[in-house]
Design a protein around this ligand. Structure first.
Ligand code: SAM
Ligand code: SF4
Ligand code: SF4
Length: 334
C-alpha cells in the first residue's frame, strides 16, 4: 500500500557516472575493502551517454528540473565535458550540478563552466593536512582541493563544500572549516556520518548530531536560521549574523526527512534507486537494451515504480532488522 505521506513527486535526479574513485575516504570507500581486488563495474556496464539522455528526457517529463552528476568520482568519467554540453537540449533543466572530491577541479573548472555546468559541490573534511590525507586515504593535502575550489569560484561556478563529521575523527575541524569558508563566502554543509553501504564501520556513537555541530559554531559566531526557499531542501540553512555567508546541516540520521525525500538516483550501471539505503534497484539498462524498449514504455515504468515507493529508512533506522546488504555510497553517489 502506498501511504499518502510518501506519494511524493520527483524534484531532482542524481546520476552516478562511475563507481570508481581516485580517493579512498574512510567513511565511504575504506581502502582495506576497496583494494586492487575490488570488482568495480566494467566500463561497458556503464550506461552510455545516449541512454542517459533518454532517461533525462523522461525524468524531465516527470517534472525534474535539477540534475546532479556524481559517482564515485564523476570527473573521472571520460567524455564528461561533452556530455554536460549536451544538456543544452534540455532547457527545462534549471540547475545542473556536480559533486566532486575536487582533485581534478583546478584543471577542469573552466571547461565545465564553458560546457554549461551551473554549480559544484566539493567534498572536504579537514584543513589540517595530516588529518585530511588520512581521511581521504590517499594522503591528499587540502591545498589541492582548495585550489580546485578557487578555480571553480574564479570561473563563476556556484560552489558549496560538504564536510562529513565523524566523532573521534574530525570534530576539531568544525570551527576551522566554518571560519575558512565563512571568510570565503562559500556555503559549508556539515553532514552527519551515515550508515550507507556495509563497510564503513558505522555506528550511532560515531555520529555527531547537527545539534552538536550548531552548538560548536554558536560558541564563536552569532547565527540565525534562514527561511527555506524550497520544501525540497535537505539542509537546514543558517546565516552568520555579521555577514551574508551561510552554512547548512544535513541531519539525515538524527532528524530524518524521508517524508520530503523527492530524489531519484541512477547508478552508473543504470539502476533506479528510490532510497540511499536500498538493497535493490530497478534495472533500467536491461530494459533500455532490450527489443521491447520504447521511450513511452520507459516513462510508464518510471511512473509506476516511483508511484509505488514507500521508502522511509532513516525514520525507522533503529527498528531495522534487515540483514540485506545495502548499496555503497561510491556506487550511488549520495
Ligand atoms: N566523489 C565525489 C565526492 O566525494 O564529492 C562524489 C561522490 S560522494 C559518494 C558524494 C558525497 O557523499 C560526498 O560529499 C561524501 O562526503 C558523501 N558521503 C560519502 N559517504 C558518506 C557517509 N557514510 N556519510 C555521509 N556522507 C557520505
Ligand atoms: Fe571517493 Fe567521494 Fe567516496 Fe571519497 S566520498 S571515496 S571522494 S566517492
Ligand atoms: Fe530519502 Fe531514503 Fe534518505 Fe529517507 S532514508 S531521506 S527515503 S534516501
Amino acid at each position: 500500500m502506498v501511504l499518502d505521506k510518501y506519494a511524493r513527486g520527483i524534484s531532482d535526479l542524481r546520476i552516478s557516472l562511475t563507481d570508481r574513485c581516485n580517493l579512498r575516504c574512510t567513511y565511504c570507500m575504506p581502502k582495506e575493502i576497496f583494494g586492487k581486488d575490488y570488482q568495480f563495474l566494467r566500463k561497458n556496464e556503464w550506461l552510455r551517454f545516449t541512454e542517459l539522455d533518454d532517461l533525462v528526457e523522461a525524468f524531465v517529463q516527470l517534472g525534474v528540473r535539477k540534475v546532479r552528476l556524481t559517482g564515485g568520482e564523476p570527473l573521472l568519467r571520460p567524455g564528461l565535458v561533452k556530455y554536460i554540453h549536451g544538456f543544452h537540449r534540455f532547457p527545462q533543466i534549471e540547475d545542473l550540478a556536480i559533486t566532486t572530491n575536487g582533485l581534478r577541479l583546478a584543471e577542469k573548472a573552466a571547461e565545465l563552466k564553458e560546457a554549461g555546468l551551473n554549480r559544484v559541490t566539493v567534498s572536504l573534511d579537514a584543513l589540517e593536512p595530516e588529518l585530511c590525507g588520512t581521511i581521504n586515504g590517499r594522503g591528499i593535502k587540502p591545498e589541492l582541493i582548495l585550489a580546485g575550489i578557487d578555480a571553480a569560484l574564479g570561473v563563476g561556478l556556484g560552489v558549496k563544500v560538504n564536510m562529513v563529521v565523524e566523532r573521534g575523527v574530525n570534530c576539531g575541524e568544525i570551527l576551522p572549516m566554518a571560519r575558512k569558508f565563512k571568510k570565503m563566502g562559500v556555503t559549508l554543509r556539515f553532514i552527519e556520518f551515515m550508515d550507507v553501504g556495509n563497510c564503513n564501520g558505522w555506528n550511532q556513537e560515531r555520529v555527531v548530531s547537527g545539534r552538536e555541530i550548531l552548538q560548536q559554531i554558536e560558541q564563536e559566531f552569532a547565527v540565525e536560521p534562514v527561511d527555506l526557499t524550497s520544501n525540497n531542501e535537505v539542509a537546514k540553512r543558517y546565516r552568520y549574523a555579521d555577514d551574508t555567508a551561510e552554512f547548512g546541516l544535513i541531519t539525515s540520521v538524527t532528524q530524518p526527512f524521508c517524508g520530503g525525500c523527492t530524489r531519484a538516483r541512477i547508478s552508473a550501471d543504470g539502476k533506479l534507486y528510490t532510497c540511499l539505503f536500498a538493497s535493490e534497484g530497478m534495472d533500467l539498462k536491461a530494459f533500455m537494451r532490450s527489443d521491447d524498449y520504447s521511450k513511452a514504455d520507459l516513462l510508464a515504468r518510471l511512473m509506476k515504480h516511483w508511484g509505488a515507493r514507500d521508502d522511509n529508512y532513516s525514520e525507522v533506522r533503529s527498528m531495522q532488522q534487515t540483514t540485506k546488504s545495502k548499496i555503497e555510497m561510491s556506487y550511488i553517489g549520495g
